[in-house]
Design a protein around this ligand. Structure first.
Ligand code: S3P
Length: 450
């Protein structure tokens, strides 16, 4: 029985996660919970901040990204109780009532914070805002939200033709539009929906494929006039709207659960249950892809919690086979592609992932980085212009690898290391705290319960 297979070594300048895999006897076992859903946590803080009255949030993710959202909206006038309280309280200002902050708003590493907040800020007449983020966020495209906001009448300035942060926003009275988004992006959709709260009339957003719908569900619960048409992949919202504070219960994040689902699927003799995970159909592409690969996954205790479907997910090891994915499923597993690539390494045959070029503009270029770091461990992954081709069945060997400061890469590497011989050292593994501050503790737990 391994006593301590996971060793965390922390030096002053950087954090490393070192995983020594024993030759035998490792399996992934037990019952665990994952932290709150990141997308829902951002939205609960933001809607709470612009609603009238009090919003309470249970199960909020305490990761760095929601902390960035909370700091920005505190600077904009919302009162937010300490985030580590079991029930976080947000006292909102009312739609259109945010104050002009005296300093730059910093979204840190969080694309969701910056893009959704831009919609809210752009629709605040007579107020001026500046927003920035970390090095990664300052290189990510903002034109995807700046352009539709400009069509609504927004005034936004920034580097590279107003497409890169830092950005300056002079709030305006906006008009409704019908926006045909060229990309399936919940951040783009949500930005426009939030801007439309203050526009007089109905704004429609049509997507090429349906992206996550947490904004639609939560805006409806807070009292907005919003409808969806699945046939045309459109969302309609009518402003001006007033929102009323609500009680939000945040389910566990399926994007965080995905690491453990894949761990249990690939490590022999594993049997793991992840409790209380959000299974909103716009997020369950990872379960469908793994089922196509013959993974042994069962949903137990399915229920609806505060408007979102939730279940316990039981996963047992099985021999996986390769699969081909692309098209409408991609936005439904967009954040899970690095960990899906890890699963594909241990599947027989080839896995081909296409139409996923969006991964190039995430926290890192996740197509390039996933292929690079997993190939350093012995995988056979070819980078495609819009995806990855993975030839399964090649054993992995532990080595020194880099997270590229991308939380999902750091965690995908840790799961790959569970099935690699020898020692894997992940540099800059502290990036995991963006979405999963207790990742290493849970890694220890699932490995030591065997
Ligand atoms: C998110 C939407 C997705 C996802 C991100 C969170 C959200 O981004 O990758 O992690 O909360 O709306 P895109 O909208 O850019 O696809």
């Amino acid at each position: 029985m391994p006593s301590s297979i996971v060793n965390v070594r922390i030096t002053e300048s950087q954090q490393q996660l070192t995983i020594d895999r024993p030759n035998q006897g490792l399996s992934v076992q037990g019952r665990i919970r994952v932290p709150g859903d990141k997308s829902i946590s951002h939205r609960a803080l933001m809607l709470g901040a612009i609603a009238k009255g009090e919003t309470t949030i249970e199960g909020l993710l305490l990761g760095e990204d929601p902390r960035s959202t909370a700091r920005c909206f505190q600077a904009l006038g919302a009162e937010i109780s300490p985030l580590n309280e079991q029930r976080v309280r947000v006292r909102g200002v009312g739609v259109g009532e945010l104050i002009e902050p005296t300093d730059i708003l910093d979204a840190g590493n969080s694309g969701t914070t910056m893009r959704l907040m831009l919609g809210i800020l752009a629709s605040h007449p007579d107020r001026f805002f500046t927003v920035t983020g970390d090095k990664s966020l300052r290189s990510r495209p903002m034109s995807r939200v700046v352009q539709p906001l400009q069509q609504m009448g927004a005034q936004i300035w920034g580097r590279n033709g107003n497409s890169l942060a830092p950005l300056a926003i002079q709030g305006q009275s906006l008009r409704p539009i019908h926006y045909h988004s060229p990309i399936a992006s919940a951040q783009v959709k949500s930005c426009i929906l939030l801007a439309a709260l203050m526009a007089q009339g109905t704004t429609t957003i049509t997507e090429p494929a349906v992206s996550r719908d947490h904004s639609e569900r939560m805006l409806k619960a807070f009292g907005a006039e919003i409808t969806t048409d699945p046939d045309t992949k459109s969302v309609m919202i009518t402003g001006p709207a007033q929102l009323q504070g609500q009680s939000v219960i945040v389910p566990g994040d399926i994007s965080s659960a995905a690491f453990w689902i894949v761990a249990a699927a690939i490590v022999p003799d594993s049997d793991l249950t992840i409790e209380n995970v959000g299974i909103n159909p716009t997020r369950t592409g990872i379960l469908e892809a793994l089922e196509m690969m013959d993974a042994d996954i069962q949903l137990e205790n399915e229920r609806i919690v505060a408007g979102e479907p939730v279940a316990d997910i039981r996963v047992r090891h099985s021999q996986l086979k390769g699969c081909t994915i692309g098209g409408d499923i991609i936005p439904r597993l967009i954040d899970e592609i690095p960990i899906l690539a890890v699963a594909a390494i241990f599947a027989s045959g080839q896995t081909v992932i296409s139409e996923a070029a969006e991964l190039r503009v995430k926290e890192s270029d996740r197509l390039a980085v996933t292929a690079t770091v997993l190939n350093q461990m012995g995988a056979k992954i070819t980078e495609l212009p819009d995806g990855l081709e993975i030839t399964g069945g090649t054993p992995l060997t532990g080595t020194d690898v880099e997270s590229y400061d991308d939380h999902r890469i750091a965690m995908s590497l840790a799961i790959a290391a569970l099935n690699a011989s020898g020692t894997t050292t992940i540099h800059h593994a502290e990036a995991a705290a963006i979405s999963y501050p207790d990742f290493t503790a849970t890694l220890r737990q699932v490995c030591e319960e065997c």
